[in-house]
Design a protein around this ligand. Structure first.
Ligand code: FAD
Length: 433
């Protein structure tokens, strides 16, 4: 059987796996990606019909990876976020201009993200696709008395037959139902939200003007995000069965009338709807983010409710922090990092990474999960309190800024790759203009 050696082997070439491969480009580490579904295939589960709200931290990450221009040409800036509670008066607005920001984030179609990442991925890593991981075990080094794991042996099935890939670090980024995480023996804490999200694109009577609407309803949250060509991107959360019925059996007229009743008239009449897809929602967290010679990333590490558009943004901060921990990040984005002298699977490096990422994960999970719980409760004192809270947020700028920090991923320590270039870099760039 053919055998090849790598420093880092990434299981999953979706949004997160591909982003990590790019972040490691120029580090001197030999990187491979194993992915069963080609990025351009219509059934690719990561680069599908969804649109993703990217926080400013993610924009900076993609800028530093050199793929932002390709993403921005298909993305729509979010100028304002409008949050409301259906049937009750409370609402709040976050406005980019008032906060002195060019945009609160961008909405990018996942297919545009795929088109931007795919060509760069081909340069950054050896891609095995279509291919799947069959099993993995630890490779030991040293004498009997002093054995220590030196890497992982990974058996991979390809169209041309089985191959063996030896790697110093295995990165698991194969999604929420990760088979590779299971093969490592890492369990999960999982909770079904009892809800599914319907996604679709809509045409509306009034222009979106860059406003992202987040509306909480007793059935679940509903978001309408500004999108290109004056369309809006819908994420409508309903109990599982209702979502299936609404997506599969309602005709367009019924669908639009029910959605209009749930959303209201802020965008005028909802005029037409494109094809609809359904995503069952669960909170899934891996019991560990790192184990012997392996790191777990993206949805395989933590799948979140999409209510506040946090899942990928959190995952990209993990990717940035991991690239940094592996010595693959240059302070100056114009210059590649010096070839990394770090053993990428060193347990100390991995444990430090996993511990350092706990606080961002906990903060983001609590924010997301807390929103779902708070707004799905119809207990009257709580309804009154949250509506008072929304109104207070609208009137009280420091509280609004706190919410903004959570929503834009800027709370806590932001990894270097997700930060703006240093002031001296900015000065240098301006001098070149
Ligand atoms: C409806 C919805 C809306 C969302 N909106 C937002 C948003 O606005 N903002 C935001 O930040 N996040 C959002 N998210 C979350 C975001 O989509 C996820 O964080 C992101 O998809 C995670 O990417 P991933 O690469 O970890 O996993 P996935 O996207 O699931 O990709 C996994 C990859 O692994 C591959 N794979 C599968 N099995 C194997 C195997 N055995 N071996 C190797 N590879 C394998 C798959 O083919 C795929 O390419 C949303 C999620 C949903 C459901």
């Amino acid at each position: 059987m053919k055998t090849m050696d790598f420093d880092v082997l990434i299981a999953g070439g979706g949004l997160v796996g591909a982003s990590l491969a790019l972040a490691l480009r120029g580090s001197g580490l030999q990187v491979a990606v194993v992915e069963p579904v080609p990025a351009e295939a219509t059934q690719q589960p990561s680069f599908d019909d969804r649109q993703t709200a990217l926080a400013p931290t993610s924009r900076r990450f993609f800028e530093r990876l050199g793929v932002w221009d390709a993403i921005e040409s298909g993305a729509t800036p979010i100028r304002q976020i409008h949050v409301s509670d259906r049937g009750h008066g409370g609402f709040t607005r976050l406005c980019a201009e008032e906060e002195g920001l060019p945009a609160l984030g961008h909405v990018a179609p996942n297919r545009v993200l795929g088109d931007a990442l795919r060509p760069a991925l081909a340069e950054a890593a050896t891609l095995f696709c279509p291919a799947e991981i069959l099993d993995t075990h630890v490779l030991m080094d040293g004498a009997e008395a002093d054995v220590r794991p030196m890497g992982r042996k990974v058996r991979v099935g390809t169209e041309a037959g089985e191959i063996t890939l030896n790697t110093r670090l295995l990165v698991v980024a194969d999604g929420m139902h990760s088979a590779t995480r299971e093969a490592l023996g890492v369990g999960t804490h999982a909770r079904d939200y009892g809800q599914s999200a319907i996604i679709a694109n809509l045409r509306t009577e009034r222009p979106h003007d860059g406003v992202a609407y987040e509306r909480f309803t007793p059935d679940g949250p509903l978001a309408l995000l500004p999108s290109r060509d004056e369309t809006v991107s819908l994420v409508w959360t309903l109990p599982h069965d209702d979502a299936e019925t609404a997506a599969q059996t309602w005709d367009d007229v019924t669908f639009l009338a029910e959605l209009q009743a749930a959303f209201g008239w802020r965008l005028g009449r909802l005029e037409s709807v494109g094809s609809r897809s359904v995503y069952p929602l669960a909170a899934v967290t891996a019991e560990a983010f790192a184990t012997e010679r392996a790191v777990i990333l993206g949805n395989a590490a933590h799948a979140l409710h999409p209510v506040a558009g946090q899942g990928l943004n959190l995952a990209l901060r993990d990717v940035a922090a991991l690239a940094e921990a592996l010595g693959a990040v240059s302070v100056d984005p114009q210059v590649d990092a010096p070839a990394s002298a770090i053993d990428p699977g060193d347990p100390e490096v991995l444990n430090h990474y996993a511990q350092a990422r706990q606080s961002d994960y906990r903060r983001t999970f609590t924010f997301t999960d807390g929103l779902v719980r708070l707004f799905s409760n119809e207990c009257l004192p709580l309804v009154a309190a949250r509506n008072l809270g929304l109104t207070a947020l609208d009137l009280f700028p420091p509280a609004r800024r706190y919410l903004l920090k959570q929503a834009t991923g800027a709370a806590g320590n932001v990894p270097t790759l997700c930060q703006s270039p240093s002031p001296s870099m900015e000065r240098r760039e301006n001098e070149h203009e």
